[in-house]
Design a protein around this ligand. Sequence first.
Ligand SMILES: NC(=O)CC[C@H](N)C(=O)O
Length: 389
Amino acid sequence: MSAAIPSPKPRPTACLALADGTVFYGMGFGATGDTVAELVFNTAMTGYQEIMTDPSYAGQIVTFTFPHIGNVGVTPEDDETAQPVAAGMVVKWDPTEPSNWRATADLASWLAARGRIGIGGLDTRRLTRAIRRQGAPHAALAHDPNGNFDIAALVAKARGWVGLVGLDLAKDVTCAQSYRWDETLWVWPQGYGRREGPGLRVVAIDYGAKRNILRCLASTGCEVTVLPASATAADVLALNPEGVFLSNGPGDPAATGVYAVPMIQGVLAAGLPLFGICLGHQMLALALGAKTVKMNHGHHGANHPVKDIDTGKVEITSMNHGFTVDSQSLPKGVRETHVSLFDGSNCGIRVEGKPVFSVQYHPEASPGPQDSFYLFERFAASMQARRAA
Ligand SMILES: NC(=O)CC[C@H](N)C(=O)O
């Protein structure tokens, strides 16, 4: 009897080269070519489309630890922004045919249309351990249907990449002009309902805002005017807002802070209620005199426990950040309100006695739990209290 002939292994059509020289091979999907970025991992089990379109992921390739990615396809309704944002995606296996009544396209063609590369069929557990060990390494991702790769050049590209520290990416993903946002949430978090009464005039600064944040603001009764990241305090105050919102966004908060901090300080001097999320949180902290630092591999997922220090209550939150506010650097009069139960890092601050607060996590979810929606209610309530006074 002759020995069974082993089936030939398909030739890899994509590869991921880490700056330390480790190379992972797999099957490419989406766009072809190559790209270089910081490599992170996200542990969320749902919401791959919202993750890929979250502008905060600009300059990052996302490794999905959950194995079934692509199985529900994509729909324009789930885009968090119109532009392609995350630099690329890494998944356990090739995306399957979508099986979902909402799907209008499959992940691979959607990714190709956005000019982004995907790689599947590699060991995402081994890769995730490498990311944890190396601390969000720089990596080059290449897709060639013929499988021809210049590995040395890709490794050199990863090694030579500048990295996110010192990089202002908000300027690349912010809106070109101001606009009004009216759309509310389609599904209300449990226990909350529509607000009546004259709208609260809110100016939201777009450093790479997710649409669901704007929906959450509109749902709590805000008439939202969105301004580009470069807006000055005078631009903001000219709109006579009752509150100011600082959005999430990509890159280094200190780099964007160069122009955002003076604006925030101007708004603080005017005594307006202010609410910030993620990059907005980090830049509020900078404006108040605290420091931000780069984390080892950051927090990216939809199940991160956060403790509210005032109430002792634990929220399960959506997270996506690679920088963090150094809680030791918070000046007098600025209180830490929330901490991560994973590593004790800062997750929220408040200016004592003022309606000025921010959180490191994503209360708008999308994807993730809705435990933290109360923060939008709190922002609206602080504007209403000011109006009543
Ligand atoms: N989601 C965000 O706003 C991210 C903020 C910042 N770019 C960070 O990585 O920490």
